[in-house]
Design a protein around this ligand. Structure first.
Ligand code: ADP
Ligand code: ZN
Length: 216
């Protein structure tokens, strides 16, 4: 399946994308993860991306589109992919259509994970992530004995710099102005399915499987 997951920052795209990639045995492509690993590695791309990410703004389309195009042209994407965090602008969506058309293929489906702003603000401020394996957690749902440590790899969890409150407000503004119009764009193409994000990850997963017509 060639799938895009849309949703506000903190809607839980990453968590659902990782699960779906595993289930469908296709690569998970997260532009946010690509930028963060470049920031960590101190690359030129990382330095450039960090300036935008820290402000809650988008990395320029010229940069982001090239990266995604290279990734989609790799062999492992032939059987499908889950795109998480891309496209985020109408220009990116149009380029994605062109990139796929050049490869003689097209998206099967676009999943919108719908969650309201209030829930999102709460979630992001309590989010803690593993800098090693990208697993993410919430302070309210961590067991006392596990607090602060990644269950997958044992690394000390950190708060993403862009999860600070001022940045979150800007990320939400950026989302409403630049990314939300994609919902109409894909609806018009008949590709959109909507899953309502729930409080519990498991419940969201149930909803996602249902709207995508997947067996649990
Ligand atoms: P979230 O969806 O929670 O904001 P991501 O990890 O998807 O987290 O993205 C983090 C940041 O990386 C974004 O706020 C933005 O600055 C940058 N970014 C990610 N994907 C894109 C994209 N497709 N276009 C431009 N910037 C992007
Ligand atoms: Zn980890």
């Amino acid at each position: 399946m060639k799938l895009v997951i849309l949703g506000a920052p903190g809607a839980g795209k990453g968590t659902q994308a990782v699960n779906l990639a595993e289930k469908l045995q296709v690569p998970h492509i997260s532009t946010g993860d690509i930028f963060r690993s470049n920031i960590k590695g101190g690359t030129t791309l990382g330095k450039l991306a960090k300036e935008y990410i820290d402000k809650g703004a988008l990395v320029p389309d010229e940069v982001t589109i090239g990266i995604v195009k290279d990734r989609l042209q790799q062999d492992d994407c032939k059987k499908g992919f889950i795109l998480d965090g891309f496209p985020r602008t109408i220009a990116q969506a149009e380029c994605l259509d062109n990139i796929l058309a050049e490869m003689d293929t097209a998206l099967d489906c676009v999943l919108d994970l719908a969650v309201n702003d209030e829930v999102i603000t709460k979630r992001l401020s309590g989010r803690r992530v593993c800098p090693e394996c990208n697993a993410s957690y919430h302070v309210d749902y961590m067991e006392e004995t596990q607090k602060g440590i990644c269950l997958v790899c044992g690394t000390k969890l950190v708060q993403r710099e862009d999860d600070r409150e001022e940045t979150v407000i800007n990320r939400l503004k950026t989302y409403h102005n630049q990314t939300e119009p994609l919902i109409g764009y894909y609806k018009a193409k008949g590709k959109l399915v909507v899953a309502e994000g729930k409080i519990r990850i498991e419940d969201t997963k149930t909803e996602v499987y249902k709207v995508l017509g997947l067996e649990k």
